[in-house]
Structure formats: structure tokens, C-alpha cells
Design a protein around this ligand. Structure first.
Ligand code: ACM
Ligand code: ZN
Length: 502
């Protein structure tokens, strides 16, 4: 029997014949924790109460049926792996470490949601595939409250996704409270839309709370401050940061503004350094995204400061100013022991030695290969397959913009296979540098929570599946059956909106 789990377990899923037995969870069931794992016991207790409406208790020596949880690194080869055994002795959830135990609990939770209290005897062994299993949400173009982001994080946890990439700044809105530079949130978070000016940003306390909430679910929150382009909201707050110094408004159009940071003035570098010193400590992830995408040169070309800077640095073109800036950011992040992530436009020239490239243009392969030739890791976010602001069907009234990234298209994207078609770098080397994959949701045309959920699901299930399976699952039909079960038994249970047409 194949279980209807998403993602499908990676290593083995051995199930005994149906006749071999069924274990029924009941009110006199008891959970037995080992060592200091009480918080996980509470997690399971709450899941069983929520899903089965049953109040199971903690350790009673004479109970005949039990659920044992444990962490035992010696039994596993890979970090973050886990095992579930259900048999006549009860249920055992065992992790190689806390992350592994958490993943065991997520799989167990899916079993409860899909199969209820009667569980067939089974054994599952499982471990993660790609180390980066991500979702990116743009909260600049449209703002979404922390309570809603937590609902998304809950679903990410259940799907064993582990990176929440938070696109916090752009031309159309700055969303981080800053004590050093308060205009950023006071002015930069207000967009003049339909006659309304609303400050919409996250306080630093809210950011810390969200980071902790995600961390408890083994998800790292990776912030992005997009620079040196996509910065008109910053410039509206502090006009001296632009080449002309002219006062501009937070942008109320979609697209890419030509108003960008002046990379000729020393004051820009000072400002950015002080800002990063304030923002970096809000986040616990070892990664920090500095954007770097789509930066027009029009203002730099006209700017005496930028012209002088390229002469001083002996650069042959304006684009190289961005390269210089990327290395500057790389040094600041290194001081904080952070790795720099940038969109693939940062591949100009030699990359900083702590850089990771997030490749998004087209099928992402050219950008990826450029980085890989410099031995830098790559996260794949191809816009032609993984952009969830794109439509998910070809129907005329389908929500979304640009092209179509159907569930099947998301499922079918295979980075390793595509790289091998374009390079003679050997498979093992490429595999080491494929950090993972990520879905990106840009919100220009996504106005509210219901619409955002619709764009996310069920496509996010395909990202979860291939991220866990390292792109090795070829069987879309079988996956699609699991998606349908997941929609009915999981998404409906948690009142999550999704596209019902796919
Ligand atoms: C991007 O879509 N500009 C990264
Ligand atoms: Zn300038």
C-alpha cells in the first residue's frame, strides 16, 4: 500500500499487508517521552485533540498501547532523518535530532488527518532531500499581517518546507520598523492608493515574534532588503540616498522604478551599513538576502557622484558599480557570520566568497551555471516554473498575471537534469551546489489573504514534494492523487483556500 503523504517519504516506506494489523488510538492511549522532550509530547497531544477530538494522556505505566517519542542519533546516518513504526507495541516516533523528531511528528499528523484514529501497521524511514526548501512572499506590494503569515508557516511545517524568504522592501513599500531611520517605516510604508495613506509595517517586536514562531517549526525566516534597485520607498523616506536627491513618493505603479540608490556617494554606504547593523540582529537565520535584481543604470549614468566613483575604482562600466556594492554588502554580512544571498543579477564578475545565488530568470539554468563555475551554491526559483503570481490554468478568467505555471509545470521542473544538458560539469559536483528550490509569490495583483492562498495551493505541494525528493519524483499522476487527498483531508480541515480546478 502507498500512503497518501506529501512529501512522499524519501528513503523507504515499507508497509506490511493490511491483514497484519490495525492500531486504534483511543482515550486510554498514553504518550511516553524520553529525556527532555516534553514540548514535543504537548505538540502531539494537541494534534490528537485537534484532529481526533481525543484527549490522550502522558505516560501511564500500565497502559497497554503507547506512543513513544525519542531522539537517537546513533540509529541514523543522516541528520534530520526519522523513523515511524506502528505495530502491536504501539507507535514509535524517533528522530536523529530535534528536527528529525519534528518531521516525524509532521508525518504522524498527516496520518491522523488522512487516516484518522485507525492506523495500519507500518514502518517509515525518511530524510530530507534538498537542504533549502523555500517559499518567498512579497509583503511590499501588498501587506499581509503576521497572523496570516503564521497560518502559511503552519502549512509549510506540515509539508516539511524550511525557509521563509520574506521580501520586506521594494519600490512600493518598506515594511520594517527602524529606530535609527524612522522615516523608513513612517513614510516608506505608506502608499498613496485610492486616496488612502496607511502605514503598514511590522514592528521589531512582531518580527522577533514571527521569527521565533517559525523557528519552533524548524523554519528559518530569511529577510530580504532589496538593493540597490527596487528602493523607491527608501528614497521617499531619505531622498539624499538617490543620485539626484529629489523628493519622490513611495511608488504607486507596478514595474521597476528607475529611482535607485546612488552608489557614488559615501553617505549611501554609511546609511546601508548602519541600517544592516540594526536589521541583521532581528533574524536568527545564517542567511541574509540583499536583493540585487533589476537595477536600472539610468540615474547612475547622469550622476556626477557615480561617474566619479567608477573613475576612482577604475571600473569600465556603470554595471560594475553594483558589483562593487555587492562585495561591500558581503563584507558587512561576513562580520555578522551571515551568508549573502542575491538574485542572479549579482553574478556580474567574481562573486563574494560568502555568496549564494538565487537564480530566477527564465529557466534559471544560465544564472546557476555561472555561479556554479565559481563554486557557489544555487537556489532555483525559475520564473517560468516557480512564480506563483503566474496563473495556474489557461482558463480565461484565471487569477494571476504573466504566464502559466501549472501544478504539473511546477512538478516537472528538474534542475539537475536541465543543468546536465548544458554543461560538462559532472553530476556529483552539480548536486553538491544545488542547495534547493523555492516558490516565489509576488503580490502586485494579489490583494488579500484568500487570493494569496489560492495562488499558493496546491502548487506549493509540488515544491514540497520535489524539494524533499531532490527533483527525483517522475510520477505526476500518482502525485496528483495524493494532492487531491491532501486538499480534501488537510486543506479543508484547516480552512485553507486553494485552486479547485487543478
Ligand atoms: C525578481 O523576480 N525580480 C527576482
Ligand atoms: Zn549617483
Amino acid at each position: 500500500m502507498k500512503l497518501s503523504l506529501i512529501p512522499r517519504p524519501m528513503v523507504t516506506d515499507i508497509f506490511e499487508e493490511e491483514e497484519s494489523g490495525i492500531l486504534s488510538i483511543s482515550e486510554n492511549f498514553a504518550i511516553t517521552p524520553a529525556k527532555k522532550l516534553e514540548k514535543y509530547v504537548l505538540l502531539i497531544q494537541r494534534d490528537i485533540l485537534d484532529i481526533l477530538n481525543m484527549d490522550v494522556h502522558i505516560k501511564k505505566d500500565d497502559s497497554t498501547e503507547n506512543l513513544f517519542i525519542n531522539i537517537n542519533p546513533a540509529e541514523f546516518i543522516e541528520a534530520q532523518s526519522y523513523r515511524i513504526v506502528i505495530d502491536e507495541n504501539g507507535i514509535e516516533l524517533c528522530g536523529a535530532d530535534e528536527t528529525g523528531l519534528f518531521y516525524a511528528i509532521q508525518t504522524f499528523k498527516q496520518l491522523l488527518l488522512i487516516y484518522g484514529k485507525n492506523l495500519q501497521y507500518m514502518e517509515i524511514e525518511d530524510e530530507p532531500g534538498y537542504s533549502w526548501r523555500g517559499l518567498h512572499i512579497d509583503v511590499s506590494r501588498h501587506f499581509f499581517p503576521i497572523s496570516f503569515l503564521k497560518k502559511i508557516v503552519n502549512m509549510m511545517a506540515l509539508l516539511k518546507l524550511n525557509r521563509f524568504h520574506w521580501h520586506l522592501t521594494d519600490d512600493q513599500g518598506w515594511r520594517i520598523e527602524s529606530f535609527k531611520f524612522p522615516n523608513l517605516h513612517e513614510t516608506g510604508s505608506c502608499r498613496n492608493e485610492e486616496g488612502q495613506q496607511k502605514a503598514q509595517y511590522y514592528t521589531q517586536a512582531e518580527i522577533r515574534d514571527f521569527v521565533k514562531y517559525a523557528e519552533e517549526r524548524f523554519i528559518e525566516v530569511v529577510p530580504e532588503i532589496d538593493m540597490p534597485g527596487h528602493t523607491q520607498a527608501m528614497l521617499a523616506s531619505y531622498p539624499h540616498l538617490s543620485c539626484s536627491g529629489e523628493v519622490v513618493q513611495v511608488w504607486d505603479k507596478w514595474g521597476v522604478s528607475e529611482q535607485v540608490l546612488c552608489l557614488g556617494k559615501e553617505s549611501t554606504y554609511q546609511f546601508v551599513e548602519e541600517l544592516l547593523e540594526e536589521v541583521i540582529p532581528l533574524f536568527s537565520s545564517p542567511y541574509f538576502h540583499i536583493g540585487g535584481d533589476e537595477c536600472p543604470e539610468t540615474e547612475w549614468i547622469k550622476c556626477p557622484h557615480c561617474q566619479k566613483k567608477i573613475e576612482e575604482l577604475g571600473l569600465d562600466r556603470f554595471r560594475s558599480l553594483q558589483h562593487h556594492f555587492t562585495h561591500f554588502l558581503g563584507k558587512i554580512l561576513k562580520k555578522h557570520s551571515k551568508q549573502l544571498i542575491g538574485w542572479d543579477e549579482i553574478i556580474e564578475g567574481e562573486l563574494p566568497d560568502n555568496a549564494i545565488v538565487m537564480s530566477w530568470r527564465g529557466d534559471a539554468i544560465d544564472g546557476a551555471l555561472f555561479a556554479m563555475k565559481q563554486n557557489r551554491p544555487v537556489i532555483f526559483t525559475p520564473n517560468t516554473s516557480y512564480y506563483f503570481d503566474w496563473k495556474q490554468t489557461i482558463l480565461a478568467d484565471e487569477q494571476g498575471a504573466f504566464g502559466v505555471t501549472s501544478l504539473k509545470r511546477v512538478f516537472d521542473y528538474k534542475p539537475l537534469k536541465m543543468l546536465l544538458q548544458k554543461t560538462d560539469i559532472i553530476s556529483e559536483q552539480l548536486e553538491e551546489l544545488i542547495m534547493g528550490i523555492q516558490a516565489n509569490v509576488w503580490t502586485e495583483y494579489i490583494h488579500n489573504e484568500k487570493e494569496l492562498e489560492y495562488m499558493l495551493y496546491p502548487r506549493l505541494l509540488a515544491i514540497a514534494e520535489q524539494a524533499w525528493q531532490k527533483g527525483n519524483n517522475e510520477d505526476f499522476e500518482e502525485f496528483h492523487k495524493r494532492v487531491n487527498t491532501f486538499k480534501n483531508m488537510v486543506m479543508d480541515f484547516y480552512e485553507v483556500n486553494y485552486c479547485k480546478k487543478v
